[in-house]
Design a protein around this ligand. Structure first.
Ligand code: NAI
Length: 335
C-alpha cells in the first residue's frame, strides 16, 4: 500500500456525516492509527463548486488508495449525474461486494442467510448514455463488454475460493437481452471452467428475486450486472434486517472505497436516528483490506453483541435507541 494508513473520508449527504462520524470513532477506539483526509462531495458541494464529485476527491483517493464514504444523494429525473457512479467509473472500482448475513437478535424472516453479492460496478445500464430520440421517445444504452464481464466473473470466483464458498449463481435476463446479458453470462461460463471446485449455476433475475424471498439459504455468491446487483442488494438487505446492517465495498485494482448499501435517508437525516452499523461494518471491511484483521474481528463481534440486545435497536430494527446509543454500545464492547 503506497501511503500506509492514510484514508480518505467522505462524509456525504443526509445521514452520511452522522454515520461516518460514528464509524470513525469506532475505528479510532480499536487503536488502529489512521490519518483521515476529509474531503467533501455531494449536493452541497455541487451548489458551491458545480460538481458533486470534485476532481480533488478523486485525487485524494488516488493518493491514499482507500476511502470510507457516507452516502451521497442524487436528484431524481433531472439535475446532476450520480456522483457515486462517477466515483466508481473514474477509479475503475469494478467490483461491488456486499456480504449479506443474518445477525442473531435482529428481527428478520430468516435466521441463517449467508451470501455475498458481487456486482459489476462500471458499466451496464449505468453507462449514463441516454438521449431523447424524438419527442416522447428516449433511449438508454446498456453497455456490456467482454473485458469487464470476464473481470467481474474472475473476481467472484476468486472471492469464492478465498472465502471457501461453494457456489456461484450468475443472475441474468439473457432470455430477453440476448446479446448484452448473453455476453455477461457467456463470460461467467468461460471463467467457471477454471474453478472446478466451485459449482456454477445460472438463473433468470425474476426467478432469482422470487427464490431469494422464499429460500435465500440456497444462495452463496450472486454474480450480477450493475442494475440487477443494485436492486437485489436492497432486497437481500431486507432479508437480514434492512439497510441499517448491510456493509459494502467497491474494489478496484488500485484503490477501494468502503460504503454501506443504504442511501442518504433524507427522511431521518440530522435526527440521530440512523443505524450506524452498516457503515461501522463497512469500516471493518476496510480494516481487513488494510491488513488489520484483528481490529476488524473486534468490531464485528462488538456489533453482533450490541445487536443481540434489543435495547440497542434503532428505529429501523423496531427499537427506540439512537445512533449515539448504538455507537456507545459498540465502543464499550470492543474489548
Ligand atoms: P435510502 O437507502 O436512503 O433510504 C431508504 C429507507 O431506508 C428510508 O426509509 C431510510 O430512512 C431507511 N434507511 C436507510 N439507511 C438507514 C440507516 N442507516 N438507518 C436507518 N434507516 C435507514 O434510499 P432512498 O430513499 O431510495 O435514497 C435516498 C438518496 O440516497 C437518493 O438521493 C439516492 O440517490 C441516494 N443513494 C445513495 C447511495 C450511495 O451513496 N451509495 C446508495 C443508495 C441511494
Amino acid at each position: 500500500m503506497a501511503n500506509d494508513r492514510e484514508v480518505t473520508l467522505i462524509p456525504g449527504d443526509g445521514i452520511g456525516p452522522e454515520v461516518t462520524e460514528a464509524a470513525v470513532s469506532i475505528v479510532e477506539a480499536t487503536g488502529v492509527s489512521i490519518q483521515w483526509e476529509r474531503v467533501e462531495a455531494g449536493s452541497d458541494v455541487f451548489q458551491k463548486y458545480g460538481s458533486a464529485m470534485p476532481e480533488g476527491v478523486l485525487n485524494s483517493i488516488r493518493r491514499t488508495r482507500v476511502a470510507l464514504k457516507g452516502p451521497i444523494g442524487t436528484p431524481i429525473g433531472d439535475g446532476f449525474k450520480s456522483p457515486n457512479v462517477a466515483l466508481r467509473q473514474s477509479l475503475e472500482l469494478y467490483a461491488c461486494v456486499r456480504p449479506v448475513a443474518s445477525i442473531p437478535g435482529v428481527p428478520s424472516r430468516y435466521e441463517d442467510v449467508d451470501l455475498v453479492i458481487v456486482r459489476e460496478n462500471t458499466e451496464g445500464l449505468y453507462s449514463g448514455l441516454e438521449h431523447r430520440v424524438a419527442p416522447g421517445v428516449v433511449e438508454s444504452l446498456k453497455i456490456v463488454t467482454e473485458a469487464a464481464s470476464l473481470r467481474i466473473a474472475r473476481y467472484a470466483f476468486e472471492l469464492a475460493r478465498r472465502e471457501r464458498r461453494s457456489r456461484i449463481t450468475a443472475v441474468h435476463k439473457a432470455n430477453i437481452m440476448k446479446l448484452s446479458d448473453g455476453l455477461f453470462l457467456e463470460c461467467a461460463r468461460r471463467v467457471a471452467v477454471d474453478y472446478s471446485e466451485i459449482a456454477f449455476e445460472e438463473i433468470i433475475i425474476d426467478n432469482c428475486a422470487m427464490q431469494l424471498v422464499s429460500d435465500p439459504r440456497r444462495f452463496d455468491v450472486l454474480l450480477l450486472d450493475n442494475l440487477y446487483g443494485d436492486i437485489l442488494s436492497d432486497l437481500c438487505a431486507g432479508l437480514v434486517g434492512g439497510l441499517g446492517v448491510v456493509p459494502g465495498s467497491n474494489i478496484g485494482e488500485d484503490c477501494a472505497v468502503f460504503e454501506a448499501v443504504h442511501g442518504s435517508a433524507p427522511d431521518i437525516a440530522g435526527k440521530r436516528l440512523a443505524n450506524p452499523c452498516a457503515l461501522i461494518l463497512s469500516a471493518s471491511q476496510m480494516l481487513r483490506y488494510l491488513g488489520e484483521d484483528a481490529a476488524a474481528n473486534r468490531i464485528e463481534s462488538a456489533v453482533r453483541e450490541t445487536l443481540a440486545d434489543t435495547r440497542h435497536h434503532t428505529r429501523d430494527l423496531g427499537g427506540s435507541a439512537t445512533l449515539d446509543d448504538i455507537t456507545t454500545s459498540v465502543r464499550d464492547k470492543l474489548g
